[in-house]
Design a protein. Structure first.
Length: 200
């Protein structure tokens, strides 16, 4: 039987799906502990940040493997640049978020209003940027909807809905719910690699 060269990516996508809710819960626990120890929610760099970095690394890996699968199976290069943008956005978002927390810890106490304004601008700009990238990726994928597998079509639709939720900002929590779903669909895409018909 032909070995599936994307099997590892499939398992990593499953880990990615599990890791996001675990990371969010860990962040909430850390915030609660910080609130009791330091009063008003002082930023803390801890184990939850390590989980976020691991999640980012896995997400980048699965995205890049997905790009390779599209190139090899469907001769699709339309998403190459967009996926690179998504990778760099993820790196910049996590690094900038960590820097904000570290700076706030160093210069604590900081003006609460100023901190909320800076953090709010950072989160809104990050969500809108992510939403635009997701929508563009989905639109590009749907151009191939008649030739790609049903799982790739499902991934495109989920990514489109997530992108719309992200650019509205207010609906962005729904996008976080869709991330594990899209990761599971991505895992199915990887696991079914050897069964897919190549794009002609």
């Amino acid at each position: 039987m032909e070995q599936n060269k994307y099997a590892i990516a499939g398992w990593m996508a499953i880990v990615q799906a599990v890791l996001l809710p675990v990371s969010i819960i860990a962040n909430l626990i850390e915030a609660g502990i910080a609130g009791k120890m330091f009063g008003w929610h002082r930023p803390v760099v801890g184990p939850a940040d390590l989980l976020s970095l691991i999640f980012m690394a896995i997400a980048i890996y699965t995205l890049l493997r997905f790009r390779t699968l599209l190139q090899e199976r469907y001769n699709c290069h339309d998403l190459d640049l967009l996926i690179l943008f998504a990778v760099w956005w993820s790196v910049i978002f996590h690094v900038a978020g960590a820097l904000l927390s570290i700076l706030a810890m160093i210069f604590w106490p900081v003006d609460k209003t100023l901190f909320l304004i800076v953090y709010g601008i950072f989160m809104v700009s990050a969500m809108v940027t992510a939403g635009i990238i997701d929508i563009l990726i989905a639109i590009k994928l749907l151009k191939y909807k008649d030739t790609v597998s049903e799982y790739i079509r499902a991934f495109a639709y989920i990514t489109l809905v997530a992108g719309i939720c992200e650019i509205t900002v207010l609906l962005s929590p729904l996008a976080f719910i869709l991330v594990p779903v899209s990761a599971i669909v991505l895992a199915l895409i990887f696991f079914r690699d050897k069964y897919e018909v190549e794009f002609v």
